[in-house]
Design a protein around this ligand. Structure first.
Ligand SMILES: *[C@@H]1O[C@H](CO)[C@@H](O)[C@H](O)[C@H]1NC(C)=O
Ligand SMILES: *[C@@H]1O[C@H](CO)[C@@H](O)[C@H](O)[C@H]1NC(C)=O
Ligand SMILES: *[C@@H]1O[C@H](CO)[C@@H](O)[C@H](O)[C@H]1NC(C)=O
Ligand SMILES: *[C@@H]1O[C@H](CO)[C@@H](O)[C@H](O)[C@H]1NC(C)=O
Ligand SMILES: *[C@@H]1O[C@H](CO)[C@@H](O)[C@H](O)[C@H]1NC(C)=O
Ligand SMILES: *[C@@H]1O[C@H](CO)[C@@H](O)[C@H](O)[C@H]1NC(C)=O
Length: 786
């Protein structure tokens, strides 16, 4: 669920010495976007064993049913708060990640027999152990107004619901009543509601229609939601013009065993709802609303609608007492209509510096085909659904043109790439090359030596090539990270999610030769469901100017900010890598991944950004090297003057990761190809030479040291806590190896970390909330490895 009220943005620049400009979030008006809900100030995420065991929870047997573990754990953390009035249920969409074997259990809160639609706990469980958990359970006072609850809950659930509604109306109608001007029909309905005590709940017990004063009458709320939800203007107009008629047309079907709290998906099915393609499911529920006076929430009763439409499938919560008030909406990507089987499309091709070539000094351009990784980009790189295309600005094509809008430009489901010479926020109408039907992006790149006045103009002459390169690299990175687990549910960047979960409409906006700066690059990562924005700059470090778009290492570094920010602390939390050691590691992962991608089986040291910066040692203090004379960075280096900034800190982290990964390469060998094999027609991924042969339900383990390093680094991002320290991130990598291989690299990893001072005896003392402190290198190994 996306937060309506605040957007946490992280802007991360490539280098510390250049200003990065904070820009306001995109003012672009997209299609009528329904996806918002209240905030949860009390929500937590815990990933350390101490926090997990704080109430005495102990791991269960390795064979324990993860669902059973989850039950025990929830009972443990909720303790005496669990009562007859406040309970929970384990949701059916809980699942086990096929690759890591971690079971993700989702728990829904139940109060007074009603679901709390935003009361959720997620628990990561493996082998009977809770690895981490988060919670947004409502923890305030439980409304105790229902006499029946104290005696015999659910003896007459119908009466029980009626009591809840009466109380809700008594409590809340007045405060909302005066605020919103209502249309005639709605005003009449509202007036009827305000006289709550005269209402009856009885008429629906056996009948399928409403009495004029029935409190269960959610029809007005539903119609008003449809006005907001329909993409078709004429439907919205018709609902408003013929409000009473639409009210009367709706057919209700009480669900068998309705008013059976907890289990039934709906209390009612409603047909003849304009623009819905199937009967709408309706259920009475609670939602948490932020309290004005403090950082807490209170519960309000809502109608929960599940509305299946042509291109959307919404879960909406609309106020019971103020039916014009949509409190939250989630577009269920996982239930969105699945598009027709993609027909074979001729892949596009690009004359670019190919994957693995870091920059123009390494190799010349070659022709490359659109990747078409059927897992990562099932529709290819040049298609985006009409419904998710911001260039249509909410306007549907007049006649039905099908699901996909196919493009011949650098505009697709994973990335919108364009020039941004003006350096502004608008991007939709910016220039991007159109390669025509054949989609051959083959453009001139032949910058001439000019005087400095003309250097910029000279760079602009090859903008076609630049944008094509940026599009190619960004798509490759999308597909690459996807195959290591940065997918829809974990918060990747896509306009459309193929019904595979996660929040949509968040492709990367990639601006080439951005006019807002020089000699740098940056990336903004809002929470899942909002576009990431990457700005690449020209570098005036040489003539001709050097173009950051053409240096893959810089582009990969920037895109890795999106990766680490979305994976750390969850897709919807962009505030976990803001500053200090965690902010530094946010820089370090990008350097490490970029360097790993460019490396070959012949070991070499590498600099970061050397070509763009036109200096051999690049833009960091040291090149990444195994040689301690060449790169002497250790954990203790963080204490040195000049290491307070995130880039210097990141350099230390990247160096440590580089050293660790080289140890894994020494142990497991090297794979020239970093891409896992294509899946077979039945969706299974063959092991090829990439994964170890795996038995049964074992996780897929990359065979070689370099691919294993990448997998461990990504898996650790998913496990680690919000705002991790070097110790936390190190421990998460060791836990990721435990999860993936059973810990067979435990000592190899510790040897790598310890060689740069991050052994178990490393410590930091005197740290304050603002950082600082004195670090001590730890070079020893855990007892088991000595
Ligand atoms: C448009 O793209 C979709 C998704 O890749 C594909 O299935 C379809 O065949 C394409 N249509 C055309 C006309 O190329
Ligand atoms: C690119 O091609 C030219 C001409 O064939 C050659 O002289 C040059 O060395 C090549 N550059 C690289 C980096 O391979
Ligand atoms: C740069 O070169 C252009 C064209 O060659 C010329 O018109 C211009 O005067 C030169 N500017 C300077 C500052 O030398
Ligand atoms: C970019 O390519 C188009 C053809 O697709 C061409 O018309 C245009 O002149 C090119 N732009 C530049 C600056 O070369
Ligand atoms: C590694 O070095 C060897 C010997 O110099 C060379 O033959 C080989 O092509 C190199 N491999 C790569 C991937 O650069
Ligand atoms: C490490 O680098 C230094 C300085 O370049 C060099 O003298 C030394 O031989 C290198 N050590 C190894 C083991 O390569």
């Amino acid at each position: 669920m996306r937060g309506l009220l605040s957007v946490s943005l992280v802007v991360a620049g490539l280098a510390g010495n250049v200003l990065s400009h904070r820009v306001k979030h995109s003012p672009v008006k997209r299609r009528k976007s329904l996806g918002f809900g209240p905030e949860h100030p009390h929500a937590v995420f815990h990933s350390s064993p101490y926090q997990i065991q704080t109430n005495g929870f102990l791991p269960m047997g390795a064979d324990a049913d993860p669902i059973e573990v989850a039950h025990r754990f929830v009972k443990d953390i909720l303790g005496t708060k669990l009562t007859r009035e406040m309970s929970y249920k384990i949701r059916k969409d809980s699942y086990t990640d096929v690759n890591t074997g971690v079971t993700h259990v989702y728990v829904r809160q139940v109060v007074n027999g009603l679901e709390v639609v935003d009361g959720d706990i997620n628990i990561n469980i493996k082998d009977g152990m809770v690895l981490s958990y988060g919670s947004s359970f409502y923890d305030g006072d439980i409304p105790k107004y229902i006499a029946h609850v104290d005696t015999e809950l659910m003896v007459d659930p119908h009466q029980h619901y009626c009591d809840i509604l009466s109380e809700e109306l008594r409590l809340r109608v007045q405060p909302y009543g005066d605020q919103v001007p209502l249309g005639d029909a709605r005003a009449a309905h509202h007036d009827a509601l305000t006289d709550a005590h005269s209402h009856n709940c009885a008429s629906l017990r056996e009948s399928t229609s409403f009495g004029s004063d029935d409190m269960y009458d959610f029809r007005s709320a539903l119609l008003q939601f449809m006005v907001a939800a329909t993409p078709k203007d004429e439907v919205a107009q018709d609902i408003l013009a013929n409000y009473e008629k639409h009210m009367d047309n709706m057919d209700l079907e009480p669900v068998t065993g309705h008013f059976a709290p907890n289990d039934s998906p709906a209390d009612f099915l409603v047909s003849n709802v304009p623009d819905a393609v199937n009967p709408v499911k309706v259920k009475l529920a609670y939602i948490q609303l932020p309290s004005k006076e403090s950082a807490t929430t209170h519960l309000a009763a809502v109608w929960k609608f599940e509305v299946e439409m042509q291109d959307n499938w919404y879960e909406a919560a609309v106020s019971v007492v103020a039916p014009h008030r949509i409190i939250s909406v989630v577009d269920w990507a996982s239930d969105a209509p699945i598009p027709e089987d993609p027909e074979p499309v001729e892949p596009a091709s690009y004359n670019v510096f190919t994957w693995g070539v870091n920059d123009p000094s390494v190799a010349n351009r070659t022709m490359n085909k659109e990747n078409f990784d059927v897992l990562a980009s099932p529709a290819g790189w040049h298609a985006v659904p009409y419904a998710n295309d911001p260039s249509l600005r909410g306007v549907r094509p007049s006649k039905k043109k099908g699901f996909w809008r196919n493009t011949t430009t650098t505009w697709g489901n994973n990335v919108f790439a364009q020039e941004n010479w003006e350096g502004q926020n608008a991007y939709i109408d910016n220039y991007r090359p159109d390669a025509g039907k054949a989609k051959v992006f083959d453009y001139k790149y032949d910058p001439k030596v000019t005087n400095s006045t003309d250097a910029q103009e000279e760079a602009q002459k090859y903008i076609n090539n630049t944008v094509a390169q940026l599009f190619y690299t960004t798509n490759m990175v999308h597909d690459f990270y996807y195959r290591y687990g940065f997918d829809e549910v974990s918060g990747n960047f896509q306009q459309y999610n193929f019904g595979r979960g996660g929040a949509e409409n968040d492709a990367v906006i990639a601006n080439a030769q951005d006019g807002s700066g020089y000699n740098n690059a940056n990336f903004m990562t809002p929470p899942d469901g909002q576009n990431g924005r990457m700005r690449m700059y020209l570098w005036n470090t040489a003539i001709p100017y050097r173009d950051g778009d053409l240096e893959a290492g810089i582009v990969i570094h920037e895109l890795s900010h999106g990766l680490s920010t979305r994976l750390t602390g969850g897709p919807a939390n962009s505030g976990c890598l803001g500053w200090g050691e965690s902010g530094g590691m946010g820089e370090g992962w990008g350097d490490f991944l970029a360097t790993t991608i460019r490396s070959t089986s012949n070991y070499s040291d590498y600099a970061m950004g050397a070509w763009a910066a036109n200096q051999a040692h690049g833009i960091r203090n040291y090149v990444y090297s195994l040689n301690e004379t060449v790169n002497p960075s250790t954990y203790k280096t963080l204490d040195k003057p000049g290491y307070w900034g995130v880039h210097a800190i990141g350099e230390v982290w990247a160096e440590i990761l580089w050293v660790v990964s080289q140890r894994l390469i020494k142990k497991h060998g090297y794979s020239d190809n970093l891409f896992p094999p294509e899946p077979l027609a039945d969706g299974t991924v063959p092991t090829g030479d990439f994964y170890r042969p795996s038995a049964g339900k074992q996780p897929r383990v990359p065979k070689h040291g370099n691919t294993l390093s990448i997998q461990l680094v990504l898996n650790a991002m998913k496990l680690q806590t919000c705002r991790p320290s070097f110790f936390d991130a190190r421990d998460a990598i060791i836990q990721a190896d435990q999860v993936l291989t059973g810990g067979e690299n435990f000592c190899t990893l510790w040897e790598g970390f310890a060689s740069r001072g991050l052994g178990p005896d490393a410590k930091v003392e005197g740290r304050t909330p603002w950082g600082g402190g004195i670090r001590t290198n730890g070079f020893s190994l855990p007892l088991a490895c000595q």
